[in-house]
Design a binder for this molecule. Sequence first.
Ligand code: SF4
Length: 473
Amino acid sequence: MSMFQDIPVDVGVIYEGERIRRKDMFVELGGPDVKEKFELARVKKLEDVEDGKIVIIGLDIKDMEEGKTYPFGILIEVAGAKLEPELEGVIERRIHAYCNYIEGFMHLNQRYDIWLRLSKKSYQKGLNSFQYIGKVLHRLFKSELPIIEKMQVTFITDAEKVKELYPQALQIYEARDARARGLKDEEVDKFYGCILCQSFAPTHCCVITPQRYSNCGAISWFDARASANIDPKGPIFEIDRGELLDPEKGEYSGVNEAVKKRTLGEITRVWLYTAFGYPHTSCGCFEGVAFYIPEVDGFGIVHRGYKEVTVNGLAFSTLADSTAGGRQVDGFHGISVEYMRSPKFLQADGGYKRVVWMPKEVKERVKNFIPPELMDKIATEEDAKTIDELKAFLKKRNHPVVERWREEVVPVPEAVPAEAAEAQEEAAPAMVPTITAATLPITAGGYKIILKDAKIYAKRVIIRSVKSETEKR
Ligand code: SF4
């Protein structure tokens, strides 16, 4: 008998990667329209956890209004004689995968950024209570991680309760991240790889080192080590780092070999500390994007929660689209906020000396890690909203990139469209001058050029009637 006989929808790996569009959703939980949302795993004492208990604080699915968005929190409490608090991050990250196993239930992102949708179809099939989702999580966690002896799940949809628990969750994430700081890449023999996101981006493989936190910002080197120890056949695996081929760019022979193997030969080289050449791939779960701004020869940074357009006129969703999909795209680099606290952050590109713009919110979060002499030279949305304003700001504050303007001619990176970006395009503002078309025919000089699945960014579009042009001649 199937483990999920009593669940009204199918459960299986085949549903991972399933996208639910707004028009097909019954309800949305968390996501960009809700400020407070979180998922959290805690390791507790055996006597403090009631195995199989599922608690719902606030409305259950059947009491929700179709088409609406609700604040959301998931708290997973686990206990086991061999369970260490070090495993909390790893257990928490599996919530993403296991929720996605449920037919018609989509989970994106992590920690304080979660975004879930339930499809109308699955709701109509009877998936109308968090009790079912709790049961699936309980069974999957216990069967895949037998180290978990007891587990209880709490779903929170009550806005006040989510609001109350949200700052506590942020503190727990911060404490977890801080534990992992201090260790250097050169001091360890093993790095770790993660392919949990390959269902969304088949050629993506995260390389997690002490000084390069996972792109999703949810798995530190310590978390990865703990995960590989308890589940060596799981999605997180050990990488023998091998020979250090380039200390500046962060190229290791063992990393190249492991990534090549895990991406079936698609990615053959990885430079860990740069956004150019052979940068680390990006799946779609990254917390932020470092994007090259050729006009000033510097990097802008934007996080997932930023609602406005960035200084180059593009929104996070558009930049994410150019970054995601398990590709190596020059100048478009998926990052975690914790990586911005690493001394290796974009080391080969100049680190913070090359960063010119970021939202105020991100600057605040990483302020203790920005060299003090650069603090007031990096613009936020309050200092510059356009490239011209940015140029003036950088010049006035004498940002180190200004020196580069005199030195070199700047290469323009190529933006390649993403096949596997998240369902974020819905959030893209109408003002962004991006054209997407399945087939875009261009007729010129007697030839027809067809661009298939193209996405084109243009600074200005000029439409002239061919007739009037001919008449002029
Ligand atoms: S972003 Fe990377 S580390 Fe995080 S779950 Fe995905 S593959 Fe794993």
